[in-house]
Write a protein that binds this ligand. Structure first.
Ligand code: C2E
Ligand code: MG
Ligand code: MG
Ligand code: MG
Length: 284
């Protein structure tokens, strides 16, 4: 189940782009220019609390709005951005943009939504990560308490001593920390206790067949129980059906994300969605 974020994705990129002769070098140049030209956008996917049926937050997911090719998904460019180091300026742009968006939404009168931001392993390994993150919060005026940084198990398990230092520094800023794609990596469970983590996100590969695969259901249920007894928030990713929702409710997993509740969408569509769900509540 470990995700393949390998070199193959560069090759996959070619047919999907409908371009036959784009070399890795061209792709790298295109990414660099895309950053300079402001071709990246964030889409937002709702995070729902099943008890209140409210949108309690959103995950920011980066897309590349390429002028010729159209919208390119992160699987197509994050691996190369990571390899080339372009993920560092891209990652800073993502956080800054999410901060600007959060402030814009507050000005519009939207309720305070927690925004989740994905971090890459290269970003996470920067010596001065917490200073860089703090600088973005102070430059944009956003409040760290409105943000969750999503990390993966493989990232935090790489060098647990330095991980602990980084996690503590980030927590001191006031952001929440989440372990994304939980269950697909190799975390030593004892670190869940040592690391100042706030949330686990159960990987969607366990949720997909939860209604017909008892092993997947057992794993999901065990992750929920463990999270709750450690005092962590727990979120199920990739929820697509009502059956999945009902099983998750039975497991006491109350926070969900998935196509059943909404796909990732551009900022304006997301704001409309939040506003109409608030209007719906008033009408009830
Ligand atoms: P992730 O953080 O695990 O994000 C969840 C992915 O699952 C998103 O794909 C989302 O669109 C998709 N998804 C959500 N609900 C469902 C569902 O019900 N069914 C299915 N099949 N999929 C669902 P997306 O946006 O293509 O992002 C893929 C991955 O790219 C993310 O996985 C994350 O690892 C990475 N990524 C996205 N944005 C960023 C970013 O700003 N920085 C970094 N470093 N990585 C990012
Ligand atoms: Mg994520
Ligand atoms: Mg995930
Ligand atoms: Mg993922």
């Amino acid at each position: 189940r470990v995700k393949e974020h390998g070199r193959n994705s560069v090759r996959q990129f070619i047919p999907e782009m409908g371009v036959t002769a784009i070399s890795r070098l061209n792709m790298e140049g295109a990414l660099r220019r895309g950053l300079d030209r402001g071709e990246f956008v964030l889409h937002y996917q709702a995070k729902i609390d099943l008890r209140s049926h409210k949108i309690i937050g959103a995950e920011a997911l980066v897309r590349w709005q390429h002028p010729q090719i159209g919208l390119i998904h992160p699987i197509e460019f994050i691996p190369l951005a990571e390899e080339t180091g372009l993920i560092l300026p891209l990652g800073e742009w993502v956080l800054a943009e999410a901060c600007r968006q959060q402030i814009a939404w507050q000005k519009l009168g939207l309720p305070a939504l927690k925004l989740a931001i994905n971090m890459s392993s290269r970003q996470f390994r920067q010596e001065d990560l917490s200073e860089r993150v703090a600088a973005i919060f102070s430059a944009t005026g956003a409040q760290p308490a409105h943000f969750i940084l999503e990390l993966t198990e493989s990232m935090v398990m790489q060098d647990v001593e330095s991980t602990l230092v980084t996690l503590r520094a980030l927590k001191n800023l006031g952001v929440a920390l989440s372990l994304d794609d939980f269950g697909t990596g190799y975390s030593s469970l004892s670190y869940l206790r040592k690391f100042p983590i706030d949330e686990l996100k159960i990987d969607k590969s366990f949720i997909n067949d939860i209604h017909e695969n008892p092993d997947d259901a057992a794993i999901a249920s065990a992750i929920v129980a463990m999270a709750l007894s450690l005092g962590l928030q727990v979120v199920a990713e990739g929820v697509e059906t009502k059956e999945q929702v009902e099983l998750l409710l039975g497991m006491q997993c109350h926070q969900v994300q998935g196509y059943y509740f909404g796909r990732p969408m551009d900022a304006n569509s997301f704001a409309n969605r939040v506003q109409s769900s608030l209007a719906g509540e008033r009408d009830e």
